[in-house]
Design a protein around this ligand. Structure first.
Ligand code: GAP
Length: 446
């Protein structure tokens, strides 16, 4: 088992590339930023979309037993009372009376003292920590014109509850029967106290969650099944096996709703951290909402009636994207010049192919290159680049992880072939221009 991330990436290098190449910008930048909030630039949008598409493909499109949902962000506040979040969704905090900073009591070993950053809070004589207090992580807001306790509402801290409260709608309108799942992607909000490490812990992030409803006796088996399915998803899309592990939660770590949880952990450059949680939530949520709403939430079959148990794989887009970026980031020397390259899996790479006329001002080359580009972009994300030397254009694409480049040169004009350059091996092969699109589509679907 590795103890340290193996590769060229550090969080700082990845963050710097992301900013330089329009993946991620600090939010509210011109106003000095807002802690742990980020905006996504062009390539970040494409990368996020590709990760979400791969999740949807694996969990909905390629299965017969999972359906989609997109529930509201602001729900009836009673939802959060019944779910237990109003009482339980909190972190223990301590304040330091000396440096006036606030820390998570259970993460002191990962925090830096405000006066002596090389020490942890409580380690120096001057540190004066209060007793831990519980701090609820939900953001509060108000619905309507009144701003009193009757109008108080919350921004959802997880998408899962929107699924549970739609259990009856889905079972009565779709042809589903346990075991079946409801999957959704959407924004969640948490007033995190110790955010940081770039995209790792944000206050506003998109979650990809699926609640899989099963007969109670089968829950343990389905839990194992979903841990394995989700693990294979990460590996299929390129995470190195040595950087991924599964860790079962110990009793005290379990969330208030969970009977068993295993984290799929990734070895980020900051160490092993939760990438995705796969929880066995038992019948906790359906029972809580049945009691809270007075609506029966159970499965009624021909000969059976029971409250299903729930297996839940839950991950955020940013944690997934950060893992893919760290794993893919590489630096090397090629022909005496440094090269930074993102070796992203082609299916998640923001741009699939770059079309490059060798001489940007050569009308005959442009005449071949533009129609090729315009045809390719109907089927995949493509870029056309005719500025700067060809080597520089290749490097620009390497940095954003474009797996293939098609170069139009003198030979293209003579025999109708183009050069296909591979980002990782740097191999170049001649292929007929007419077959380029089919070849790339074939590679993308592999
Ligand atoms: N519905 C269950 C649930 O929300 P969680 O372990 O609190 O469980 C699930 O969150 C996943 O959401 C985590 O595994 C992680 O990928 C992501 N996540 C949680 N808090 C996050 C944060 N502050 N920033 C980014 N991602 C976060």
């Amino acid at each position: 088992m590795l103890e340290q991330f193996e590769g060229a990436a550090t969080i700082e290098k990845v963050a710097s590339l992301c900013r330089r190449r329009a993946f991620v910008f600090p939010s509210s930048d011109i106003y000095g930023g807002l802690g742990s909030s980020f905006d996504f630039g062009h390539y970040g949008v494409l990368l996020n979309d590709n990760v979400k598409a791969e999740w949807r493909r694996a969990l909905i499109q390629e299965r017969e037993d999972v359906v989609g949902l997109d529930s509201a962000i602001i729900l009836n506040p009673q939802v959060w009372v019944a779910s237990g979040h109003v009482v339980n969704f909190s972190d223990p905090l301590v304040d330091c009376r000396t440096c006036k900073l606030r820390f998570r009591a259970d993460k002191l070993e990962d925090s830096a003292c405000g006066k002596r950053p090389s020490k942890r809070p409580g380690e120096t004589d001057q540190c004066d920590l209060t007793e831990p207090r519980q701090f609820n992580l939900m953001f509060e807001t108000h619905v309507g014109a009144l701003q009193d306790s009757s109008s108080a509402a919350y921004l959802r801290p997880e998408t899962a509850q929107g699924i549970f409260i739609n259990f009856k709608n889905v079972t009565s309108s779709m042809r589903v029967k346990p075991p079946f799942g409801i999957a959704q992607i959407g924004k969640s909000f948490r007033n995190e106290i110790t955010p940081g490490n770039f995209l790792f812990r944000l206050r506003e992030f998109e979650q990809m969650e699926m609640e899989f409803f099963v007969p109670p006796a089968d829950a343990a088996e389905w839990h194992e099944y979903w841990i394995e399915q989700r693990l294979q998803w990460h590996l299929r899309l390129g995470l190195r096996e040595s950087h991924v592990r599964v860790r079962a939660h110990e009793g005290a770590e379990l969330s208030h709703y969970s009977t068993a949880t295993s984290d799929i952990e990734y070895l980020y450059p900051i160490g092993w951290q939760e990438l995705e949680g796969v929880a066995n939530r038992g019948d906790y949520d359906l029972r809580q909402h049945a009691e809270g709403s007075g609506t029966k939430l159970e499965w009624v079959g021909q000969e059976e009636r029971y409250v299903p148990h729930v297996i839940e794989p839950a991950i955020s887009v940013v944690r997934s994207v950060l893992a893919f970026l760290c794993d893919a980031y590489d630096e090397e020397i090629v022909e005496d010049r440094p090269r930074t390259v993102l070796r992203l899996h082609p299916r998640i790479a923001p741009v699939k192919v770059a079309v490059l006329p060798l001489i940007g001002r050569d009308a005959a080359m442009v005449e071949k290159a533009r129609p090729l580009y315009e045809d390719l972009r109907r089927s995949m994300s493509a870029e056309y680049d005719d500025a700067a030397a060809i080597g520089k254009r290749y490097r620009r694409q390497d940095e954003i992880g474009t797996p293939w480049a098609l170069t139009i040169d003198q030979q293209t004009l003579e025999d109708g072939t183009v050069t296909l350059r591979d980002r990782d091996s740097l191999a170049q092969e001649r292929i007929p221009i007419d077959g380029a699109k089919a070849l790339l589509l074939d590679r993308l679907s592999a």
